[in-house]
Design a binder for this molecule. Structure first.
Ligand code: AMP
Length: 582
């Protein structure tokens, strides 16, 4: 799998410099195939999920084509959600960091119109937004697209699912016919195909192949972790999972060094491996992994190509791979020569469809793995400690220490149990054997710990806590469930999975939403319009099961007091009791 470089794709120097800066080593398959097509001016249909690198696949060619001295919208990207709009705008900013004067404006529902109008007046080269709000600005005349040269539909199937497709078609019809268009979608339902046929001009089609391979000897598991919780989740896994050597895959060169530094700081023997590291140093690092000088290697795909080290018991996909081929290649670094191996995949909340593709490709389920809890970690620590004692008892020569302890016991009158406990506390000084939930949570944001607790109680499923709300739009207005989901998701910031059943009646509808929606969200939703109707949302019945609300923290007594008490206990045990003797 010899891949092209970004230079080979014909991108401009400032863009290449930015890619170097963010540490991208080589284009992902969707980028390799889409960028040349888009640079050549052709329309494109790209079938790709989140996680494949699709954003850069359209952002880089768009940026190459901008006329920077003309600050008018030349590129419009339509996304189904405001989160995606923000993410796409951030990606554009990153890639455009060396393009002088570059301006981008994200525009989405749920935000005041005024700042958006001011932003549009100031001018932007690229506008990224959700269809409803973009349409509003076009109708108001605050967004003019007469200079539009490039239009991207990102996650077209999601826009369809969320009921935006009519808005999308309307926008497409209002924009210049000579524009270039790219449509990205994870799936290709017939409506999306029809739009592609009607609105795109002889498009090239790029689909990422699904390679299959059997991975009999490898146990595959996944953990769900959003980006900001990955490091802590990894640390817990490293502490809990028995492993010999581990290879951790990340996407960028910068991430290899950053993560290996962090793991080294936490006491692991870790090293980085990436394409920038000189060949002889790379070979030395692999040698060190082979003979146990290091146990954890943090690598990019390029650097780990063909790596064959029998000790590797675990492969961790810290960043999800772009495609099935690279996943199969990565996990094949373990389970060498018929041995068994473990592969653990970190999946972001939006990357689950890519994971299902990986599951299909390996024809084996990827099982859910829970991130080890404090209890699990404590049990493991106690177990390891006991093992250490057993090992030490097998030491051939303990007689010198026995004499010393005996002397101490005679001098002080302290029991053997107390002396052992004192020695144990000396040994564990840096790492208390039994850490509290708070300590183990470390830098985990509070919602992680509480999610963990909720998960334990089987309450993670937010939809279970939903109650009906009434909205003032119904059959008479021609509303479809998709219109409602789309508007509520974008205006409230709720994930569409939190939006439950929708029952449409003659002139109103009932929609199940979390029981205690925050007040500002409710206020916003009251004003939100669907098909010209203000939703005027309100609780339909006040039978919300309050204690199960996803927004309410279950009462968990603080561990601090327990911790203090335990510490005190330990100090008492560890201190020789001279006074008592007298
Ligand atoms: P996307 O599928 O566009 O959401 O991208 C997923 C992630 O991959 C983002 O965090 C990007 O920053 C990252 N990414 C995209 N292209 C590359 C690349 N060629 N090398 C390394 N990381 C990349």
């Amino acid at each position: 799998m010899e891949s092209l470089s970004f230079q080979d794709l014909g991108l401009s120097a400032p863009l290449l410099k930015a890619l170097e800066q963010v540490g991208y080593e080589s284009p992902s398959p969707i980028q390799e195939r889409s960028i040349p097509v888009l640079l050549a001016g052709r329309d494109l249909i790209g079938q790709a999920q989140t996680g494949t690198g699709k954003t850069a696949a359209f952002a880089l060619p768009c940026l190459s084509k901008l006329t920077l001295n003309q600050v008018k919208p030349q590129v419009l990207v339509l996304t189904p959600t405001r989160e995606l709009a923000i993410q796409v705008a951030e990606a554009f900013r990153t890639y455009a960091q060396f393009l002088d004067g570059f301006q981008i404006l994200p525009i989405y529902g749920g935000q005041d119109y005024q700042p958006q109008i001011r932003g549009l007046k100031r001018g932007a080269h690229v506008v990224v937004g959700t269809p409803g709000r973009i349409m509003d600005h076009m109708e108001k005349g605050t967004l003019q697209l007469d200079q539009l040269a490039f239009l991207v539909l990102d996650e077209a199937d999601e826009m369809l699912r969320m009921g935006f497709i009519n808005d999308v078609e309307w926008i497409l019809e209002q924009t210049p016919k000579n524009r270039q268009t790219a449509l990205f979608s994870a799936t290709m339902p017939p409506v999306i195909r029809r739009i592609a046929q009607n609105q795109l001009n002889d498009p090239a089609e790029v689909t990422i192949e699904v390679k299959t391979a059997t991975v009999q000897t490898i146990r595959q598991r996944f953990v769900i972790a959003p980006p900001f919780q990955k490091l802590e989740a990894l640390t817990r896994i490293l502490e809990h999972e028995p492993f010999d050597a581990m290879i951790i895959f990340v996407r960028t060169k910068t991430a290899t060094t950053e993560l290996s530094d962090k793991l080294s700081a936490r006491g692991y023997r870790a090293a980085a491996l990436n394409g920038d590291i000189a060949q002889n140093r790379r070979e030395k690092t692999i040698e060190q992994l082979k003979n146990g000088v290091i146990d954890v290697l943090v690598a990019t795909d390029v650097a780990a190509r063909g790596l064959d080290v029998g000790r590797i018991s675990h492969v961790v996909n810290y960043d999800i791979p772009y495609d099935t081929e690279s996943y199969i290649h990565r996990i094949g670094r373990t389970g060498r020569a018929g041995q068994s191996g473990d592969a653990i995949l970190f999946v972001g909340p939006r990357e689950q469809s890519l994971m299902r593709a990986l599951e299909k490709a390996t024809k084996k389920p990827i099982d859910k793995m829970n991130i080890p809890t404090s209890e699990d970690i404590n049990q493991q620590r106690v177990q390891r400690f006991k093992q250490k004692i057993s090992d030490a008892l097998n030491h051939p020569d303990l007689s010198g220490y026995q004499a010393l302890i005996h002397d101490f016991q005679v001098e002080t009158g302290v029991s053997a149990l107390d002396i052992s406990a004192a020695l144990a506390s000396l040994l564990q000084r840096d790492q208390p054997l039994v850490a509290s939930e708070e300590e183990n949570a470390g830098s985990f944001p509070s919602d992680f710990a509480s999610n963990e607790r909720k998960a334990k109680k089987g309450r993670l499923e937010v939809s279970q806590n939903n109650v009906p709300y009434r909205i003032e739009v119904g059959h008479v207005h021609g509303v479809k469930p998709g219109n409602i989901v789309g508007a509520i998701a974008n205006e409230s910031g709720l994930d569409s999975r939190n939006i439950g059943r929708i029952r449409i009646h003659f002139d109103y509808a009932l929609v199940d939403l979390p029981a205690d929606l925050p007040k500002p969200v409710l206020k916003n939703l009251k004003k939100t319009q669907v098909l010209g109707q203000a939703l005027n949302i309100r609780l339909w019945e006040s039978r919300a099961p309050q204690s199960e609300s996803p927004f309410r923290e279950p009462f968990i007594p603080s561990d601090k007091s327990k911790k203090k008490a335990r510490k005190k206990e330990f100090e008492i045990i560890a201190k020789p009791r001279h006074k008592k003797r007298k």
